[in-house]
Design a protein around this ligand. Structure first.
Ligand SMILES: [Mg+2]
Length: 428
């Protein structure tokens, strides 16, 4: 089965004004929908981050891949990255210098290739990854401090489904709405927005509201000093399932861990910031900087690489969870398949999916359904979804006509909330 064409379509979809360490989510989030066409008449689909710079990277990569064997993902990866040990100058995409963008490009194409291969063979993607070890994949409620508004602009504005959440009461209300709507059994709060004492208050309020049976996580994206990280770890001892990226560097995470253990606090530290590449795992282990790694197939180089990460985490006795960015149903199903096929992925996965809207979905049949906080793992061929081409065209048109070309939370924060805003690490 040969690749006859690859299309990378940039899209924009409505996104509510969610707060994080970097600023405020813009009214539209950007993604890229990738279609790989084959000479068997079968297409596969993938989804990844969006924006013009990534478009350039796809434009550089695609011509080199057309005509290649759609089943030989290894050869396609080598084409994009060069063979191991090869000098960087030999790589085929001189403009695409940073590893992260290459991983993003490859991961979307890899998912599309697995989708196409699955359809050709009559097998679900999880079977191509070695087989599923669970029939449902648990996801976590992913809460954000949030201003009023549902996303979109003008006549394209969305309803504000969850309302504002700017204090502990607002966070508990949002958590309850997520649990009522989706049945989530664990909760993560995106922190690093307000002074740590207020965010600790929100975690205590959720613990009081939902009890020990609902695991809680807090993720300030490295917004704290070591001293603050230790203070929060001590203050929330016994309440947190894990503390995610309290500090922003490997050494500061290690120092936080050392101090907490010294004080008898064993809350694990998790990361999707200081360990985002295989090369960083050994250092994290040596320094005991993190105990849980958040996978993300978009960033770690695809579904196969995520499976491999799972195996490595078992070897090092790291826990494995999953990170998310704003995404639609193709990514959600890719996440579901790889989580189902990765035995060591035992934590409920992050997902932004509840923040998006049915009218912005690109898969047929509307939104992927959650039951008891979980997505059922499909056994139909490929990812188990079909594309709604009309909606894809509509979302692409919105990208083309819109003004957002790269995600820029900091600028939107300055424009809408605080003209003096700056996302400095170790703000507190
Ligand atoms: Mg994180």
């Amino acid at each position: 089965m040969k690749i006859t064409a690859i299309t990378a379509t940039p899209i924009a979809f409505a996104d509510p004004p969610l707060l994080n360490f970097a600023g405020l989510h813009q009214p539209y989030a950007l993604r890229t929908i990738v279609e790989v066409e084959t000479d068997a008449g079968i297409s596969g689909f993938g989804e990844v981050a969006g924006g013009d710079r990534l478009q350039e990277a796809f434009a550089q990569a695609i011509p080199h891949l057309v005509g290649m064997d759609a089943f030989n993902r290894q050869a396609i990866r080598q084409k994009l990255f060069g063979t191991e040990g090869t000098d960087d100058t030999h790589q085929i995409m001189p403009g695409m210098t940073d590893q992260r963008r290459r991983e993003l490009v490859y991961s979307a194409i890899e998912v599309a290739l697995l989708d196409a291969a699955g359809k050709a063979l009559g097998l679900p993607v999880h079977a191509l990854l070695g087989g599923k070890v669970r029939d449902t994949v648990d996801f976590s409620a992913y809460l954000f401090y949030k201003h009023e508004g549902g996303g979109g602009i003008g006549t394209d504005a969305r309803d504000d489904v969850y309302g504002p959440a700017l204090d502990p009461d607002g966070v508990v209300r949002q958590a309850q709405a997520f649990i009522d709507g989706y049945g989530f059994k664990s909760i993560k709060l995106k922190g690093g927005v307000f002074p740590p004492e207020q965010e600790m208050e929100a975690m205590r309020a959720m613990h009081a509201a939902f009890g020990d049976g609902v695991p809680l996580r807090l993720d300030p994206n490295g917004a704290w000093t070591v001293e603050t990280s230790v203070r929060v770890g001590l203050g929330l001892d016994g309440i947190l399932e894990y503390l995610e990226d309290p500090a922003s560097t490997m050494d500061d995470m290690a120092a936080t861990r050392g101090e907490l253990v010294h004080k008898g606090v064993m809350t694990p530290l998790a990361t999707n910031m200081v360990v985002t590449r295989f090369e960083r795992i050994a250092e994290a282990f040596e320094k005991d900087a993190v105990q849980i790694i958040l996978s993300d197939h978009h960033i770690w180089g695809g579904l196969q690489a995520t499976r491999e990460l799972g195996r490595i985490c078992e070897s090092f006795d790291f826990g494995l969870s999953m990170h998310s960015n704003s995404h639609l149903g193709i990514s959600l199903m890719a996440m579901t398949h790889v989580a189902a096929a990765t035995p060591s992925l035992t934590y409920a996965c992050d997902t932004h999916y509840p923040w998006q809207f049915a009218e912005d979905e690109v898969i047929q049949g509307g939104r992927v359904q959650f039951e008891d906080g979980a997505v059922r793992v499909p056994d139909t061929p490929g990812l188990g979804i079909e594309i709604d081409r009309d909606n894809l065209a509509r979302l692409h048109e919105r990208y083309v006509k819109g003004s957002i070309r790269e995600r820029d939370d900091a600028s939107y924060m300055r424009e809408r909330v605080d003209p003096a805003f700056s996302p400095d690490p170790a703000r507190w």
